[in-house]
Write a new protein. Structure first.
Length: 168
C-alpha cells in the first residue's frame, strides 16, 4: 500500500448553536480540509416548533440557501457532499445494531456498502482532505466513527489514520 491515508471526522454538536457554523468552517479550514462529507441521514432542521419560522439557519447546517452549509463551506474553498447511504438508519438506537448488521452482511447489498465505496474513492484522491460530518458531539458514540472504521477496514487494510476534530 502507498503512503498512509487520513480521514477526519467532526460533530458540530460540540459547538453552541450561535457559533456552530463559524466554528465548524474554521476548524475544517484550520485542518486543511478540501471536502466535507455529510453522513447525516437527513441534513435538515428537525425543529418544527410552530412559534418559529421553519427553514434554513446557519446553526442547523442545512445544505441549501445563502446561509446553508454549501455556501458557508464554498466561501472557504471546501466542497460539500452528502452521502445519504452512510446515514445511521436507526438514530434512536445507541448500539447501532441495524447499522452494524448492514455492515457485517457479506452480500454487500445494503446501501451503506455503496456509500463506503464512494467515500473510499474520495479519500483516495491525492488532492482531497476529507472530513465526515455528523451532529453528534461525542465521536465515540457517533456512527461517523463507525463509518470511518468500516472504511479503514474494508478499503485501506487498517492503514487509514482516523482523526477526530474537536472543539475549537
Amino acid at each position: 500500500m502507498a503512503a498512509r491515508g487520513k480521514i477526519w471526522t467532526v460533530g458540530y454538536g460540540a459547538w453552541a448553536a450561535p457559533v456552530r457554523a463559524d466554528r465548524l468552517v474554521k476548524a475544517l479550514a484550520d485542518q486543511g480540509m478540501t471536502r466535507l462529507v455529510d453522513v447525516r441521514l437527513a441534513p435538515c432542521s428537525a425543529d418544527l416548533d410552530p412559534a418559529r419560522t421553519y427553514g434554513p439557519r446557519p446553526w442547523h447546517l442545512q445544505a441549501s440557501g445563502e446561509a446553508g452549509i454549501v455556501a458557508l463551506l464554498g466561501r472557504s474553498g471546501i466542497a460539500y457532499e452528502w452521502i445519504v447511504e452512510l446515514g445511521n438508519p436507526q438514530r434512536q438506537d445507541p448500539s447501532m445494531a441495524v447499522l452494524h448488521a448492514h455492515l457485517a452482511d457479506p452480500s454487500g447489498d445494503w446501501p451503506v456498502h455503496r456509500g463506503l465505496a464512494r467515500l473510499a474513492d474520495r479519500v483516495r484522491e491525492p488532492r482531497e482532505a476529507v472530513c465526515l460530518l455528523c451532529a453528534c458531539a461525542e465521536a465515540n458514540r457517533c456512527h461517523r466513527t463507525v463509518m470511518a472504521q468500516a472504511l479503514n477496514d474494508r478499503f485501506f487494510e487498517g492503514e487509514l489514520e482516523i482523526i477526530q476534530i474537536g472543539r475549537q
